[in-house]
Design a binder for this molecule. Structure first.
Ligand SMILES: C[S@@+](CC[C@H](N)C(=O)[O-])C[C@H]1O[C@@H](n2cnc3c(N)ncnc32)[C@H](O)[C@@H]1O
Length: 276
């Protein structure tokens, strides 16, 4: 295992992914019915931004710490921003909550969350970091297999976040297979899938596989933080069955994020409908 999210926690990609994630969950929570929230690749759940991993890369400086300095944040990001505040003690941002923590903190009494994590050390940290929350289960092992086992959950309503580390050369293929198989079993679930935008051909193949599987209602969100000397420059998210207002409502917040998180020339954010 090489990938550890502690090196990247709170970077620009986390801000976009988690801002969208929490906005979508809140949208789904407008209805009273229970939700099942599944996070296939959980990570450690809570990260020390003053720790050696975060300090080594300084990635949070270009992400959540820029949000902290911004004077006016878009309303769409407010629920996420409030949760980041809750993960801290009120004296600045020194800790960053990962997706499992954000989901757990956002559960209503009728909701539950199931979080997958393959690596033992991360899973142990995740359990410790989620100890104060109820109705959250951490499942050790492969997140793709977990999803196949759970889908469809008894609640029938819910969201799946798939956020792999992309260390393996066949990650996009495994991802596509897992999404297609889960969608066959649970076509009405909301899926939010994150990926790095480095290998455009692999991204194109991934998207084409979803379309070939006749999955409808797909939005593609891409974000390029602009030229920088090192680190990830751009990422994308695919949202399947997203709230119908997302495309319209997120245009301005995405433009704001592009301005706020830009690292250099070429910063850009786009939302496009891939399938209706
Ligand atoms: C990008 S990080 C997750 C970050 C987290 N979703 C967040 O937003 O806070 C990916 C995580 O997936 C874990 N992982 C790697 N392969 C996995 C697999 N097959 N199933 C589940 N977890 C896996 C890694 O150990 C790592 O902690």
């Amino acid at each position: 295992m090489n990938y550890r999210h502690a090196y990247h926690a709170g970077n620009f990609a986390d801000v976009l992914k988690h801002g969208l994630l929490i906005w979508i969950v809140r949208y789904l929570q407008q209805k009273e019915g229970p939700l099942c929230l599944i996070d296939t690749h959980g990570g450690a759940g809570l990260y020390d931004l003053k720790g050696p991993a975060a300090e080594k890369t300084g990635e949070a400086e270009g992400g959540i710490l820029r949000l902290a300095k911004a004077s006016a944040r878009p309303a769409m990001l407010e629920p996420y921003w409030q949760l980041v505040g809750r993960a801290n003690d009120g004296d600045g941002i020194t800790r960053y909550p990962g997706s499992p923590w954000l989901l757990a903190a956002n559960l209503r009494k009728q909701d539950r969350a199931i979080i997958g994590e393959l690596h033992g050390e991360e899973a142990a940290a995740l359990r410790a970091n989620l100890a104060g929350f109820e109705r959250v289960r951490v499942a050790d092992g492969d997140g793709y297999a977990l999803l196949q086992k759970i889908a469809p959950p008894r609640e029938k309503r819910g969201l799946v976040l798939i956020d792999p580390p992309f260390e393996a050369s066949d990650e996009f293929e495994r991802l596509a297979q897992a999404v297609i198989a889960a969608h066959v079993k649970w076509p009405t679930g909301v899926y939010l899938i994150w990926y790095p935008l480095k290998d455009e051909a692999a991204v194109e193949r991934f998207r084409a596989e979803l379309l070939n599987a006749r999955i409808s209602k797909i939005l593609a969100i891409t974000f390029d933080a602009g030229a920088a000397e090192e680190g990830l420059r751009a990422c994308g998210l695919v949202a399947i069955n997203p709230p119908w207002t997302l495309e319209q409502e997120w245009r301005e917040p995405l433009a704001w994020l592009t301005r706020t998180l830009a690292r250099g020339a070429g910063a850009a954010g786009h939302i496009a409908l891939l399938a209706t």
